[in-house]
Structure formats: structure tokens, C-alpha cells
Design a protein around this ligand. Structure first.
Ligand code: 57M
Length: 359
């Protein structure tokens, strides 16, 4: 909005020229989103407490989690508010990708909100049925995939990390591929969100990583130099990555151990979907497996545990899945599991960035 209203005035007031720069707007999008979370956080926590929207804890989990009963949840509403307001302020609203990412945030936030809301009304630790949630996710993800596909000049070739000469063109099948990336990431982030700061930390790391990818993909010279896909208008996604990074920092302020608030499904489902959508638009879809490696590892631990449990008729590989519960049950203190997972996330992000050169 600031860009759309103020930049055109730069011919009369030359200092307004600064709003043209994606880098400048990304920094301020990040700071704005951080400040929104930081300033409104205590108010939101207080309000949610007053409305008695507290977390129900499953009895089957690690015992240390029983103390967390009643922690305010649905903090994802604050994250979404910060991301959306900051993006509307700092991004170019004529850019179609900006609206697609905001749609992704809103639609998956809505699914998560319904889930959290049902949990509060029904006063239990389960909200929507698994199939109800999954089918809504698929519908919205296919819609987002379709919109990306319909964007003029969008390239339906998939980037394969490390191999610059191999990029299969999926054509119309790209819609389903994009939907798979979005739904997969949304659910993987949801599974990861089981310890204080465990999901939002890697989201912050991934958003900073994609900030670089978006900037490179949207800059014709850098894209050409790095031999990556040039995405017309993709540079604007950098600003949204900045908003996401800022909101993540602001939320982490309150979600860090011992958490004063959880994000709820409204947060985890939408953050995963935003990340998946950004990966699709910036043409670093497959690389998300590495950038969001923590989410992948957590999801795989569940698939392996459930698969093995069924085949072996009741035996387990991990003490409990997702993986963070395994380490908790081994006796690691919660902050140790969290920080070590963050360290792994940073390492994977650095390796991901190196793929820009290793091709
Ligand atoms: C939701 N939700 C947290 C909070 C957060 C298939 C199966 C593996 C699914 C999985 C599952 O349902 N996962 C998705 C995970 C919950 O947090 C809420 O949920 C939101 C995210 N959706 O924002 O609102 C609990 O996580 C803890 N928490 C924190 N700090 C945070 O910042 O401590 C969350 C955020 C909170 C709080 O305790 O209550 C959750 O874990 O429930 N199911 C599981 O994860 C279950 N695993 C399981 O059943 N494993 C079996 C299977 C795979 C065979 C096994 O290994 O044998 C466990 N989850 C829990 N207890 N809590 C089972 C026991």
C-alpha cells in the first residue's frame, strides 16, 4: 500500500524513491510484522486467557506436557494478522503472487481456525476429523496451484537441486504438484509444532532462506548469473518472506520456552501452507525438502512409526512419534531438543543456499 501510494509521488519528492527497493521494503516489512506481534502479544495472550481458550493436553503424551494445560492457544491469529498487515503495507499490491500467498495464508488459517474453534467448543484435544481437515486442505491447495499455473509466464518446469540441466515440465500436472507441496508442508509443520518454539524457529530460518531465493529468482541479472529460473514479479515475494520472518521473531518472543502462548492449528497449518506456496512461486519446490528438513524429518518419523507399528503388529521404532517426543522420553530437557533442532535447521538452510552454486 505504501509502495502503491507513495512511490508514484517520487517524481515530486525524490526521497520517496527509496520505496522502490525490494530490499528496503523487505526490511521494513520484517520490522513491522515483528513490532505488531511484540506490541499486541501481551494483549492477545491476556484476551485469550480471559476467553479461556487454553490448550487441552492429551494424557498419552510425555508427562512434562501435563503442566502445559491451559496455556493460551490460537496465537497463529496474531502471526497471520502481522503477516497480512505488514504485507499489505509494504508489498506491491499489483503483484499477483502477493495475493496468492495471502490467499494461502487466509484459507489454511481458516481451516486451522475451525479446527481450534471446534476443540474449544467441544472441550477436547481433537477438532476437525482428519479427513475433514485433509479434504479442505486439498481443495484450497488445488485452487492455489491453479492460480499459480494461470499466472502469465509461470514456468511449469520443476527445479531439481544440484542438476541445472534436468527440469521436467509438468504442464497442467504442475497444479497437483503444487497442491502436494502445499498440503505436505502444512501438515508437516503441524506435526512439528509440539514443543515451545520448535515449529516457529525453523519457519523463521526457512523464511530468511526463501528471502534470498525470492530475491535471486526475481532479479533478472542475478537469476541469469546463478542460472536459476527467472520469475517475473517473483522479487516481490521477498517482501512477504520478510513479513513472515518478522512475525516469526515476534511470536517466538512469547512462544519460546516456557511458552506463554501456542500458535494452534490456525498458525501451524497456515505457516506451512505459506512456506509451500513461496517454494512453488520461487521455483525452489523440491529444495523445500532440505530448507524445511526438520519438518520432513518429523513427518517421516510419524510415517515410519505408524508403518512399522502396523507391519510388526504393535512394535515401535521410536519411543514416541513425532521425533521430538522420542528425545523427550529419552530424558532430554525440552529446551535441549528445541535448540538442537534449530541448529539442524540452520545447517540445512546453509546447505540449501549452497545449492545456488553447486549445480
Ligand atoms: C498436533 N499438537 C500438539 C498446540 C499447537 C498421527 C499422529 C502422529 C498425529 C500427531 C498430531 O496430532 N500432531 C498434530 C500436535 C499439541 O499442540 C497443539 O497443537 C497445535 C499445533 N497443531 O500449536 O496448540 C501439544 O504440543 C505441545 N506444544 C508445546 N509447545 C508449543 O509451542 O509444548 C505445542 C506447541 C500441546 C503441547 O503439549 O498440547 C500435540 O503434540 O498434541 N500426534 C501426536 O503427536 C501424538 N503421537 C502419537 O500418537 N504417536 C504414536 C503414533 C504415531 C503411533 C506413537 O508414537 O506411538 C502425541 N501427541 C501428544 N501426546 N501430545 C501422543 C501423545
Amino acid at each position: 500500500m505504501i509502495y502503491n501510494f507513495l512511490y508514484p509521488l517520487h517524481t515530486k519528492l525524490s526521497f520517496l524513491n527509496v520505496f522502490r527497493y525490494i530490499t528496503f521494503r523487505t526490511i521494513y516489512a520484517s520490522l513491522t510484522a515483528f513490532l505488531i506481534c511484540f506490541v499486541f502479544g501481551p494483549f492477545v495472550i491476556r484476551k485469550i486467557r480471559e476467553m479461556q481458550i487454553g490448550q487441552y493436553i492429551r494424557k498419552a503424551g510425555p508427562e512434562t506436557h501435563l503442566d502445559k494445560a491451559g496455556t493460551p492457544t490460537m496465537g497463529g491469529l496474531l502471526i497471520l494478522f502481522a503477516v497480512i498487515v505488514s504485507s499489505l503495507l509494504w508489498a506491491d499490491l499489483k503483484n499477483f503472487y502477493v495475493w496468492i500467498i495471502l490467499l494461502s495464508a487466509f484459507s489454511f488459517g481458516l481451516i486451522g481456525f475451525i479446527d481450534d474453534y471446534l476443540m474449544q467448543i467441544k472441550k477436547r484435544s481433537k477438532g476437525l476429523s482428519a479427513w475433514g481437515k485433509f479434504s479442505m486442505q486439498v481443495v484450497f491447495a488445488v485452487l492455489i496451484g491453479f492460480l499459480v499455473y494461470m499466472t502469465p509466464d509461470f514456468d511449469t518446469r520443476v527445479t531439481i537441486p544440484f542438476f541445472k540441466n534436468i527440469s521436467p515440465d509438468l504442464g497442467v500436472g504442475y497444479i497437483l504438484f503444487a497442491a502436494l507441496v502445499i498440503v505436505g508442508t502444512s501438515n508437516a509443520v503441524n506435526l512439528t509444532d509440539g514443543l515451545d518454539g520448535l515449529a516457529i524457529g525453523p519457519i523463521l530460518i526457512a523464511s530468511v532462506t526463501y528471502m534470498l531465493f525470492a530475491y535471486a529468482a526475481g532479479h533478472v541479472k542475478i537469476a541469469e548469473y546463478l542460472q536459476i529460473n527467472f520469475v517475473i514479479g517473483g522479487g516481490e515475494v521477498t517482501v512477504l518472506c520478510g513479513a513472515l520472518a518478522g512475525a516469526s521473531m515476534g511470536f517466538l518472543w512469547f512462544n519460546t520456552y516456557p511458552a506463554q502462548i501456542f500458535m494452534g492449528d490456525v498458525g501451524s497449518l497456515s505457516l506451512g501452507a505459506i512456506l509451500g506456496t513461496i517454494a512453488v512461486i520461487t521455483k525452489q519446490e523440491i529444495l523445500l525438502v532440505l530448507v524445511g528438513g526438520i519438518f520432513v524429518i518429523e513427518a517421516l518419523s510419524v510415517i515410519i512409526q505408524v508403518g512399522y507399528f502396523k507391519i510388526s503388529k504393535g512394535r515401535r521404532i521410536f519411543r514416541m512419534a513425532p521425533l521430538h517426543h522420542h528425545f523427550e522420553l529419552k530424558g532430554w530437557a525440552e529446551p535441549k531438543v528445541i535448540v538442537r533442532f534449530w541448529i539442524i535447521a540452520i545447517t540445512l538452510a546453509l546447505i540449501s543456499i549452497s545449492t545456488l552454486k553447486l549445480r
